[in-house]
Write a protein that binds this ligand. Structure first.
Ligand code: 5CA
Length: 445
């Protein structure tokens, strides 16, 4: 993309309404604009990052054997009356009436709708196990929407639902989700710790939240520092191997890690004092096993192959996709701006032309731009007629991991400068070498 043709409305001043870094930087970098309290428009660069995260979530869910689909944002109130949650959900639910006087709602989550779809299509144990998910906008009329996309009213969420024949099979589905989530967050460059949590209005007694440590997080968490040493990395995972998947979950859930709602002082006391950590954190996902709560209420039964009809065992599993952008920026920024991890960056590299209109710098920038595109990458070329200082400030603010600077002085020696946003270190090399280096870096992401 050429910056002169792009829509990147950067704000130089610090927006006064933004209390935390990620909110400030998303506004300043032209990623989002507030439409109403807790409701945002996603401008092109913000939307690009949202899509990158969405893709990672899809890849890891599909790898775990879960099926992507799409349910509507508007739901009928009748289904929620059947489950008893229409009244119970309270003021967080946005209720709407259509022209025929029918009660509808903007979905805050989808347990009822998916259970209804499932029960009308599946009647036999032979169709199980089954996990369906979608990534869709949700609405919760939060009393205090704040911190930008972190606590929105409208937000983008992945929600998945497993249907299993009995508790053991459903626990495997729970474990499968835990492992696929650990991998998803790791791929985004984040350490998200599964912590025993409280189930709230979703229900059930077995639930973990995934938390990213950050001073600005809304949750208070207690954990054994040993858990920070765990990495899934490239480990082979066979999602059909119940014991193998459980072993990974055991590894991640053995060290103490709880949110304040489930914190237990007696068990905490057994963690060696030098490993006890108390911190703030951002909740970026939650998994639930709730047994037959919704299948009983909505009549989702299957024949069990032995002549009986049984309610299916279910769980639901969410990832806060839009919130994750805030969490990633909280984890990766400095006083100049965002520092994107390579896996989620909106553009792979920025090209800065220090003398726009100069035959040599223009030609080299074009060569770099075309070369990177040919290598399958997505560069952002700052081809505006602006001063160098302004161009550098823009690149630092939007935080692309790599910057190639092209100026007349370097070109006299045939070199451009490749700079890492993370370390600030620069290296001079030929334009061809810069293309090769960046291509090599992204081949490993
Ligand atoms: N039905 C279950 C699992 S699909 C569910 O709704 N779980 S949840 O309530 O925990 O939401 C899933 C994730 O969505 C949360 O972990 C959080 O990361 C994100 N989320 C929840 N509320 C908001 C909000 N107001 N703004 C942004 N993200 C949110």
């Amino acid at each position: 993309m050429r910056l002169s043709r792009y829509f990147l409305p950067i704000i130089k001043e610090t927006p006064s309404e933004a209390a935390i870094a990620s909110h400030r930087l998303m506004l300043r970098a032209g990623m989002i604009r507030q439409a109403q309290a807790g409701i945002y428009s996603w401008l092109p660069m913000g939307f690009k990052v949202l899509r990158r995260l969405e893709n990672i979530v899809h890849e890891e869910q599909i790898r775990a054997g879960h099926h992507p689909m799409l349910m509507p944002t508007l739901q009928s109130a009748d289904l929620w009356r059947e489950s008893g949650r229409y009244e119970a959900y309270g003021e967080e639910m946005l209720r709407i009436t259509d022209r025929h006087g029918r009660d509808m709602l903007y979905g805050p989550t989808n347990e009822e709708l998916i259970t209804d779809i499932f029960k009308n299509a599946v009647g036999s144990y032979k169709d199980l196990p089954m996990t369906l998910y979608h990534i869709q906008w949700k609405f919760r009329d939060e009393v205090r929407p704040r911190f930008g996309v972190m606590r929105g009213r409208e937000f983008f969420m992945k929600d998945g639902y497993n249907f299993d024949i009995d508790e053991d099979a459903a626990r495997h589905a729970y474990n499968r989700h835990m492992v696929s989530y650990i991998r998803t967050y790791e791929r985004m460059g984040l350490k998200a710790i599964p912590m025993r949590a409280d189930s709230g209005p979703i229900g059930g007694d077995n639930t973990h939240e995934f938390l990213v440590l950050a001073d600005t997080g809304e949750s208070e968490v207690f954990y054994d520092s040993n858990i920070l040493d765990l990495h899934l990395g490239d480990r082979e995972v066979d999602y059909d191997n119940w014991d193998g998947v459980k072993a990974i979950c055991d590894e991640w859930t053995t060290p103490y890690a709880r949110t304040d709602e489930t914190h237990d002082a007696a068990i905490w006391a057994d963690v060696p004092a030098d490993r006890q950590q108390v911190s703030r954190a951002i909740e970026v996902g939650q998994i639930f096993y709730f047994g037959t709560k919704y299948s009983d209420a909505l009549g989702a039964l299957v024949d069990d192959g032995k002549g009986a009809r049984k309610a299916v065992h279910m769980g639901s599993h969410g990832i806060g996709v839009s919130r994750l952008i805030g969490a990633i920026i909280e984890a990766f920024h400095d006083d100049k701006g965002i520092i994107w991890p390579e896996a989620v960056t909106p553009f792979h590299a920025g090209i800065v032309n220090l003398k726009q209109g100069d035959t040599d710098t223009d030609a080299t920038c074009d060569q770099l731009y075309q070369g990177l595109i040919k290598a399958g990458l997505d560069p952002l070329y700052d081809d505006r007629d602006e001063r160098a200082g302004g161009k550098f400030a823009t690149m630092d603010l939007i935080g692309l991991p790599w910057r190639i600077t092209v100026g007349p002085r370097g070109l006299k020696n045939g070199v451009v400068e490749l700079t890492s946003r993370k370390t600030g270190e620069s290296e001079e090399m030929s334009p061809q070498a810069a293309i090769a280096r960046i291509t090599e870096i992204y081949a490993q992401v």
